[in-house]
Design a binder for this molecule. Structure first.
Ligand SMILES: Cc1ncc(COP(=O)(O)O)c(C=O)c1O
Length: 459
């Protein structure tokens, strides 16, 4: 393809993206049925001869854009997804043109440099021990697996067992202690690391979803204790200091699932929520959630650099190590997109203050949501300490009807969940694009959904 043709395509992609960004606030937050039906244009067998690239882009914009969820339009509150920080989007475009593989310094010095910088900045933002190591992975699911693998190998090594070399056949038993409301990906990671999804000691939670300290069993030097920053539904934070101190005196390993909540540590107004978190051994966090970095961008952070890199080590006769930091030592993958570039772009253009402001903006948004919904007659079921709001109608049936009507309205989008056995609407304020006006408009959608649910019921 000639340089001229490449420019033409990039310009076309730019035009479509600009059109998308220009109209995303006016799009229904969840696509209408017509747009979903339009996806059938993507059916069919692989053509023998490739489609014209410009036609491909036209197809994507014409039928793909309308079938997107308008996550960057300000009124999407599902799944703690987050939006996108525009300077990071721009950096990602440039980085995509570079097409760097972040495996080794020798493969991409710029990717290696920016990953190393991100490591330093993340450790400083979260106020973690100085030599904490960070690997940039796809997201918290992978990060949890890296943290647990490191914990498993270290705890077993203390028992004289080399898990990396000998596997788990005949290995001493380990104990895993977690909160009964731990995220599903915690169980998934445990299951594929041979630690057993069902072998865990599950600690009951309090009414906000925090691990009950009085229910924590005896810990020892074969224990992996998994804490949460924060609860996936309520946004509540475990009481880290006493839990970590108890674990430290028992020589247990503590991992913190901080997928979206670890960011509280980067806000002076919210860092009381993560007090004591620096006493843990490893942490998981997503930059694509609260920080609004582009997908996919998670991190595994580990106090013991050697333990992390030995758990993730790989070798090969053709691998050319550098004297500096080679990123593949810190992640399960070898070849990998250079997500450190757009993470660096997010961090450097927000700065420490911008990051704190963003976190506070999301938390203020959640408070506004909770306050307005409470005044409008909804039941708010959690203490709104971070970005999560759990609301319900007067009955489970009413809650479910309101959720369905809100989701179909196109005005905003929230997910459903269960809270202490009751169906709830789960609101996650996590997009940089969300303004107070978006929240007020979304509350209005809730109010009219409640009225509609009543009317439907009356018919
Ligand atoms: C608390 C918590 N842990 C883990 C995960 C999994 O993270 P990811 O989707 O980045 O793999 C999530 C996702 O929302 C989460 O909220």
């Amino acid at each position: 393809m000639s340089t001229k043709d490449i420019f033409g395509l990039l310009e076309q992609a730019h035009r479509h993206a600009a059109d998308y960004i220009d109209t995303v606030r006016d799009r229904p937050v969840f696509p209408r049925q017509g747009a979903l039906d339009g996806l059938s244009v993507f059916d069919g067998s692989l053509p023998d001869n490739g489609l014209d690239p410009s036609e491909m882009l036209t197809l994507l914009h014409k039928h793909g854009s309308p079938a997107t969820v308008a996550q960057t339009g300000g009124r999407y509150f599902g799944f703690v997804n987050g939006g996108i920080h525009p300077p990071a989007l721009a950096a990602r475009w440039l980085a995509d043109a570079w097409d760097q593989n972040a495996a080794l310094n020798v493969i991409s010095p710029i990717a290696a440099k920016l990953e190393a910088q991100c490591e330093t900045w993340l450790v400083s933002l979260f106020d973690l021990p100085q030599d904490t190591a960070a690997g940039l992975v796809t997201g918290t699911s992978t990060s949890l697996a890296c943290g647990f693998a490191t914990a498993r190998n270290t705890l077993l090594a203390r028992q004289g067992w080399d898990a990396a070399a000998q596997g788990l056949f005949g290995a001493p038993e380990l104990k895993v202690v977690l909160c009964e409301q731990a995220h599903g990906t915690v169980f998934k990671a445990l299951s594929f690391l041979g630690l057993g999804r069902d072998r865990v000691h599950s600690v009951p939670c309090d009414d906000q979803g925090r691990m009950r300290i009085d229910q924590v069993p005896e810990l020892d030097d074969r224990t992996l204790l998994i804490l949460a920053a924060s609860n996936v539904n309520s946004g509540a934070f475990d009481d880290f200091r006493p839990l970590c101190e108890k674990a430290m005196s028992a020589k247990a390993w503590v991992h913190v699932d901080g997928a979206f909540g670890l960011w509280a540590a980067a806000s002076p107004a919210k860092q009381h929520l993560t007090d004591g978190i620096e006493l843990a051994d490893s942490w998981s966090v997503d930059a694509h959630k609260t920080l609004n970095a582009p997908y996919d961008c998670g991190a595994i952070l580990c106090r013991d650099r050697n333990a992390l890199t030995s758990a993730l080590q790989a070798s090969g006769s053709y691998i050319q190590w550098s004297d500096d930091r080679d990123s593949m030592m810190y992640t399960p993958e070898m070849s990998r997109r250079a997500r450190g570039i757009d993470l660096w772009a997010t961090l450097v253009t927000m700065g420490r203050k911008g990051i704190a402001d963003l976190i506070d903006q999301l938390c203020d948004g959640a408070e506004l949501f909770a306050d307005r919904l409470g005044k409008a007659g909804f039941r708010v079921l959690n203490d709104t300490v971070f970005n999560q709001v759990l609301v319900a109608g007067d009955t489970p049936q009413e809650t479910e009807a309101i959720l369905r009507i809100v989701q179909a309205s196109g005005e905003c989008w929230c997910g459903g969940s269960k809270w202490h056995g009751e169906p709830v609407i789960r609101i996650s304020v996590c997009a940089v694009e969300t303004t107070p006006a978006d929240i007020k408009r979304s509350v209005a959608a809730f109010v009219s959904a409640k009225q509609e649910a009543h009317l439907r019921n009356a018919l």
